[in-house]
Write a protein that binds this ligand. Structure first.
Ligand code: ADP
Length: 482
């Protein structure tokens, strides 16, 4: 049974239209055939009637007797008696002679005779039903004398039974062809609709499985290399991506929990030590404990800040406090903040601050500093002891470029396109939540800039940040417009 929504819609929209068109065509053809046959009959009777004028003129029939004699002669000589019955009518329309030899029923109506009397050319045709029930076609030609007196009439009568039978046969053939076409459309349509409905049902089941978290068993195999195939591919791709995202999310949760636990353990441990020791604690240990508590709470704060940032980015709530700023100063500040750490970790963090002034950029200084800190922090994190982290800033007229290069472990080519994705970590051995680059990239993009990474395993990594220079003329134009 065809009950699905698409099948019903298809039946209503396509099949009903096709059926209507076919019915209309069959009706038109039937009417045309009927008109063709009836016209031919009328035509042949009309031709016969025309020849009558000549027949009766030649014998110069001017009296009823002449008319009767000529009519009798004409009827006797008439060649097509099998197809047409000839009747000779007197001036009041009574049949006096017929080619069949049988006089018709007196009650038989002859509307064509009355019509012909009224007609200027003395000719009329009609379709009527005999008292026997037989359908006939008749044509009457009035014969008049020279002075216009009606002498009588010749009437041609032909049965419509054969013609009607032929017409009905044609209608039946047309209807059969129409029904076959509708049936063929129905069958092919049914196959077509099934080929759509089947996969759609499968896909909707798969989508439900995916929604309930089952990414494993859901792989649609499509037989078609068309839009349905594309849809199946897209759903498979979606399931694959969702699976990866789910995996990333789970990894992220366990990583962040771990990241949060490490500083919390340190804070808890030192707080307990200090509490237990009480006032007996010596100044050196107290200072060390408090320093660690402070440092670890700072770490916790920055992790929480990163998490808040990613949530702000996702909900579109991240706002910039923009002003005209000097990017060199912000980069200087970021390098300064990490200099001490680089020395402790025995890595060379180098930055030659340019002497010449740089054009300002329109930006949020805290956010841009956060980006630099993040990228330099990564460079230090992924560079081993003795390695170099080189920071450069270049004036490219329309843009300011910041290059942060390191001689660290580098990123594998297959990871490179994904490291800017949130929660993605290429290197699982080093701590970190995997959202630093995603946040940095978003902030740079919000400034109208770009963040590109070039890297190779064992070669090192270069992160290029490009921020557009503040365009005074553009800003004036904007103000003018407002
Ligand atoms: P994480 O908190 O893990 O550092 P990021 O978003 O900052 O997260 O970086 C994503 C991943 O990109 C890292 O896990 C690391 O594998 C890779 N990565 C980023 N910067 C560097 C770098 N300078 N050298 C090598 N790998 C890097």
């Amino acid at each position: 049974m065809m009950t699905s929504g698409i099948t019903k819609r298809w039946l209503l929209n396509i099949l009903s239209v096709v059926a209507l068109i076919i019915v209309a065509i069959v009706l038109c053809l039937s009417f045309m055939i009927r008109a063709y046959y009836y016209n031919s009959v009328e035509q042949s009777i009309s031709v016969r009637c025309n020849e009558l004028t000549k027949v009766f003129d030649e014998v110069d029939s001017d009296t009823t007797t002449d008319f009767l004699t000529t009519a009798q002669q004409y009827i006797e000589d008439f060649p097509d008696k099998k197809q047409l019955e000839l009747q000779s009518l007197n001036s009041v329309g009574r049949v006096t002679l017929t080619s069949t030899g049988f006089l018709p029923d007196e009650k038989e109506e002859m509307p064509d005779f009355d019509e012909a009397l009224k007609s200027p050319n003395g000719y009329a045709v009609c379709r009527s039903t005999l008292t026997s029930g037989e359908k006939v076609f008749a044509g009457t030609k009035i014969i008049t004398s020279q002075d216009g007196t009606v002498l009588g009439a010749i009437r041609y009568v032909t049965s419509l039974s054969d013609i009607n039978f032929t017409i009905i046969a044609y209608i039946v053939i047309f209807s059969l062809i129409g029904a076959i076409i509708i049936f063929a459309v129905l069958i092919s349509g049914r196959f077509f609709v099934r080929s759509i409905v089947g996969p759609i049902k499968e896909m909707s089941q798969t989508a439900r499985n995916i929604a309930s978290g089952d990414f494993e068993t859901t792989k649609i195999t499509s037989k078609y290399d068309d839009e349905i195939g594309d849809l199946a591919e897209s759903i498979n791709y979606m399931a694959h991506e969702l699976k990866q995202t789910e995996q990333l999310k789970n990894d992220f949760i366990s990583r962040v929990s771990h990241e949060l636990r490490t500083p919390l353990t340190a804070i808890k441990g030192w707080s307990e030590t200090m509490l237990l020791t009480g006032t007996d604690i010596d100044q050196g240990t107290f200072k060390k404990g408090m320093t660690i508590i402070l440092k670890e709470s700072g770490r916790l704060t920055s992790i929480v800040e990163e998490l808040l940032d990613i949530s702000r980015i996702q909900s579109g709530r991240m706002k910039l406090m923009t002003e005209k700023i000097d990017l060199v100063a912000e980069l200087d500040e970021a390098v300064y903040m990490l200099k001490e750490r680089s020395i402790q970790e025995r890595k060379h963090l180098m930055f030659d601050s340019p002497i010449e002034p740089f054009p300002p950029v329109m930006g949020d200084k805290n956010r841009l500093r956060q980006v630099f800190l993040n990228i330099i922090d990564n460079a230090l994190k992924y560079t081993p002891e003795g390695g170099n982290v080189i920071v450069q800033i270049l004036n490219k007229e329309t843009n300011i470029e910041v290059l942060i290069s390191d001689t660290g472990c580098g990123i594998a080519p297959e990871d490179l396109p994904k490291v800017k994705d949130k929660f993605y970590k290429a290197n699982q051995n080093v701590g970190g939540s995997g959202i630093g680059l995603a946040v940095a990239d978003e902030i740079v993009q919000m400034h109208g800039g770009t963040l590109d990474i070039e890297s190779g395993i064992g070669v090192g990594t270069t992160v290029k940040i490009s921020i557009p220079v503040y365009d005074e003329s553009q800003s004036k134009e904007d103000k003018g417009e407002n």
